[in-house]
Write a protein that binds this ligand. Structure first.
Ligand code: TXA
Ligand code: MG
Length: 328
């Protein structure tokens, strides 16, 4: 496995031919970990069914769970999905950015059926972070990429976490430092009459509703609903048990705090981190997955989490925490 540190503040990494071996690895059906603004992705050529089988295998992911395909532009996305006026309006408002749209599959799309798990819809995203877009455009094909973590575990927001989970299973890791948003993309389905929120994420649902001019249907987390197969109730699971809405910290627990107030007993915690001492939900989202990984590494049997407000990015943060806390 080769690690490629790059600096996104300059365009040197695009110019120098540096990442040519990575493009070639993707063309050869290999797996590459790629940073995005949300989380690191485990990427492969979306048109190559064998390569995508490698993603499922490396993650230990149930094969019924379809993958997001990443492209460089709306124009490229339209080769793979059918965009109605609603989808075009969302693309104009939020792409490039942390929004994934599930739309009817374009019958002309060469995306492998394994990538979409045989569905007649396709999940497409144009990320804000330039590396995935650049790789897709150099390759000339969409990149299928789920979060670069073992299935059911915490998503990765830096290259060290990727290597800890998947280092022996991937050819390359592009290391652009920590992901600025830190929580996965919002997924909206436009396959039905009313748009549905399949997963809260980096774009607050309220902002999407403002563009669409209607309320999103909230798909209930249901282990048996094939419509949003990735929304398994137990997901994002640390080894420790997770206790939500904690009002105090018991001796030996790890503490995950939010805001300026603290919790009684936190000074006795085995490990203690604050997602955002000022109570900023954007900062909290960016810190969430690395904080869970760090507290888990403390060896505590329980991670106790202070209540976090539900508005804006809080909806996505609380969704991930509820999944981390679900019985498994
Ligand atoms: O921020 C993100 O979205 C990251 C980065 C790497 O882009 N990717 C990510 O992918 O979180 P993943 O595979 O962990 O989550 C994709 C979700 C899954 O819950 C899957 O079930 C859902 O998208 N999905 C994919 N295709 C779908 C489809 N056709 N219909 C419904 N849900 C779909
Ligand atoms: Mg994931």
């Amino acid at each position: 496995m080769q690690r490629w540190p790059i600096d996104l503040k300059s365009t040197d990494w695009m110019m120098s031919g540096l990442l040519q071996p990575v493009v070639e690895a993707l063309a050869g059906g290999k797996l590459v970990a790629v940073p995005t603004e949300t989380v690191y992705g485990l990427a492969a050529d979306a048109t190559n069914g064998r390569a995508c089988a490698g993603i499922y295998e490396a993650k230990g992911r149930p094969s019924f769970n379809p993958l997001i395909s990443h492209v460089e532009s709306l124009e490229a996305a339209e080769q793979h999905g059918l965009f109605d006026d609603r989808a075009k309006a969302l693309a104009a408002a939020f792409w490039p950015g942390p929004l994934t749209m599930v739309v009817p599959r374009n019958p002309a799309s060469p995306i492998a059926s394994l990538t979409t798990a045989g569905l007649d819809s396709v999940a497409l995203r144009v990320p804000a972070a330039p590396v995935m877009r650049w790789l897709a455009s150099r390759l000339g094909r969409p990149l299928a990429a789920p979060s670069a973590n073992l299935s059911g575990r915490i998503s990765t927001t830096d290259a060290d976490a990727v290597i800890a989970d998947l280092g022996d299973k991937i050819a390359h890791v592009i290391d652009a430092g920590p992901c600025p948003i830190g929580i996965e993309s919002t997924i909206v389905s436009l396959t039905g009459e009313t748009p549905a929120l399949l997963r809260p994420g980096g774009v607050p649902a309220e902002e999407i509703e403002a563009v669409l001019g209607c309320r999103l249907i909230r798909a209930a987390a249901d282990d048996h609903a094939p419509q949003a197969p990735g929304m398994l109730t137990s997901h994002y699971a640390p080894a420790a048990a997770v206790r939500l809405e904690a009002n105090s910290i018991a001796a030996g627990e790890a503490a995950l705090l939010f805001g300026p107030n603290g919790l009684p007993g936190a000074d006795q915690a085995r490990a203690c981190l604050n997602l955002s001492p000022t109570g900023d939900l954007v900062e909290a989202a960016a810190n969430l997955f690395s904080a869970l990984r760090q507290l888990d590494a403390s060896g505590a049997a329980v991670i106790a989490v202070q209540a976090i407000p539900g508005e804006g990015l809080g909806e996505a943060i609380n969704d991930r925490l509820r999944r981390a806390a679900a019985p498994r």
